[in-house]
Design a protein around this ligand. Structure first.
Ligand SMILES: *[C@@H]1O[C@H](CO)[C@@H](O)[C@H](O)[C@H]1NC(C)=O
Ligand SMILES: *[C@@H]1O[C@H](CO)[C@@H](O)[C@H](O)[C@H]1NC(C)=O
Length: 312
C-alpha cells in the first residue's frame, strides 16, 4: 500500500511538473569568447534561460565554438538535478561573422524529446543565416492532442527581413516534402499540406497549412521599426502566412531599449495555439528581475527573451 501510494504521488508530482511548459527564445547578442569568459554574465544568462523548459537561442558567435559549451555547463549548474540537452547548429552566415543556433531542452520538465534537426539547405542563398529546424515529439501527451511539432529558429538579416520571412515558405515547403512521416497521422494530412502551394501563394490563393503538424517560426525576425514597416507587417499577416498566429504582437517591445518588436513567435497549428496558456505570451524583462540599469541589461543582451506557456 505504502509503495502504491508513493508511486501515485510520484506520478502526481511528475504530472504537476509538466503541467505548463515554457518555451522561450533569446537572442544573446554576440555571445562569443568575451562574454563566455565573464562568469558573472554567463551565470546571469543561464539563470534567464533556466526559466524555459525549451530555449531557442540565437547569436552564438565564438569562432572556436567554445562559448556554447561554457553556457551549457553554466546552465546545467543552475539546473543540476534536471539537466538540459543542447543541440547546436553549425556556424552560419555569408560573411566571416557567423553565428550558431541552439535548442536547449530540459526533457524532465518539457515533456518533449528532440527527434530530428537540420539546417535548411540553402542552395539558392535565400538566407543570410539558414534557419535551424528541430522537430519535437511530445512524450507526456495530454489533452491538447499535440504529438509532434517543429520549431524553425531564425535570425533574419535586418535589411532583408521582409524577403527572408517570405522565403520561409520555401523552408516550410522543403520540410513538408522532406518529412512526410510527420504528416501521416491523418491519411490526408500530407497531401493537404502539399496542396497549400506555400511558395507561390497570392492574395487570392492563401496558404492555409491546415495539417496536423504544428510549425513554429521563432527568433529574431528584425520584424519591426525601420526593417519591416507596419504596412508590410499587415501584408505578412493577411496574405503570406494566413494561418500563422503571431504570439508576439507590437503591444510588447522586445529589444532591451523597449522601442521595437524585433523578436516574434509565429505558430501554425490550431491544437497547439489552443493549448497555450492565455496571456503567457510576452517578453521576459530581465532588467527588472535582476534590478539592473539599462546599461547593465544591455551588457547581457540588446534583446529581451520572448516566451509562452503551453499545456500538453
Ligand atoms: C562581466 O559582466 C558583468 C555583468 O554584466 C559586468 O558588470 C562586468 O563588468 C563584466 N566584467 C568584465 C571583465 O568585462
Ligand atoms: C498573446 O496572444 C493573444 C492571442 O493570440 C494576442 O491577442 C495577444 O496580443 C498576444 N500578446 C502579445 C504580448 O503579443
Amino acid at each position: 500500500m505504502q509503495i502504491i501510494t508513493s508511486v501515485v504521488s510520484l506520478m502526481f508530482i511528475l504530472d504537476i511538473s509538466i503541467s505548463a511548459v515554457r518555451i522561450g527564445s533569446f537572442n544573446l547578442h554576440q555571445y562569443g569568447s568575451k562574454k563566455a569568459a565573464n562568469v558573472t554574465l554567463t551565470d546571469t544568462v543561464a539563470k534567464i534561460i533556466n526559466d524555459f523548459d525549451i530555449a531557442v537561442i540565437q547569436e552564438i558567435t565564438d569562432v572556436n565554438i567554445k562559448a556554447p559549451y561554457v553556457l551549457f555547463d553554466a546552465l546545467n549548474r543552475v539546473s543540476k538535478t534536471k539537466p538540459y540537452t543542447m543541440t547546436l547548429s553549425e556556424r552560419v552566415g555569408r560573411s566571416s561573422s557567423k553565428e550558431q543556433f541552439i535548442f536547449f531542452n530540459r526533457e524532465s520538465t518539457s515533456g518533449v524529446k528532440l527527434i530530428n534537426y537540420y539546417l535548411y539547405e540553402d542552395a539558392e542563398d535565400y538566407f543570410e543565416r539558414p534557419p535551424f529546424i528541430g522537430t519535437f515529439e511530445v512524450t507526456s501527451k495530454g489533452s491538447s492532442g499535440v504529438k509532434y511539432f517543429t520549431i524553425m529558429d531564425v535570425h533574419l538579416r535586418p535589411d532583408s527581413a521582409y524577403q527572408e520571412l517570405i522565403d520561409m515558405r520555401r523552408v516550410i515547403r522543403d520540410f513538408i516534402i522532406k518529412y512526410p512521416r510527420y504528416f501521416t497521422d491523418a491519411s490526408t494530412s500530407l497531401s493537404q499540406a502539399l496542396a497549400q502551394n506555400v511558395i507561390d501563394a497570392t492574395d487570392s490563393k492563401k496558404p492555409s497549412l491546415k495539417s496536423n503538424h504544428p510549425i513554429l517560426i521563432i527568433g529574431d525576425f528584425n520584424a519591426d521599426c525601420s526593417y519591416i514597416s507596419a504596412k508590410r507587417q499587415e501584408t505578412l499577416r493577411s496574405i503570406n502566412f494566413v494561418d500563422f498566429t503571431w504570439m508576439i504582437n507590437n503591444e510588447v517591445k522586445t529589444n532591451t531599449r523597449r522601442t521595437c518588436t524585433y523578436d516574434r513567435i509565429f505558430i501554425n497549428g490550431d491544437n497547439f495555439v489552443k493549448a497555450i496558456v492565455s496571456r503567457s505570451n510576452t517578453t521576459v524583462d530581465f532588467q527588472s528581475r535582476f534590478g539592473m540599469t539599462l546599461d547593465q541589461a544591455l551588457e547581457i543582451s540588446d534583446h529581451f527573451p520572448v516566451k509562452f506557456d503551453i499545456k500538453w
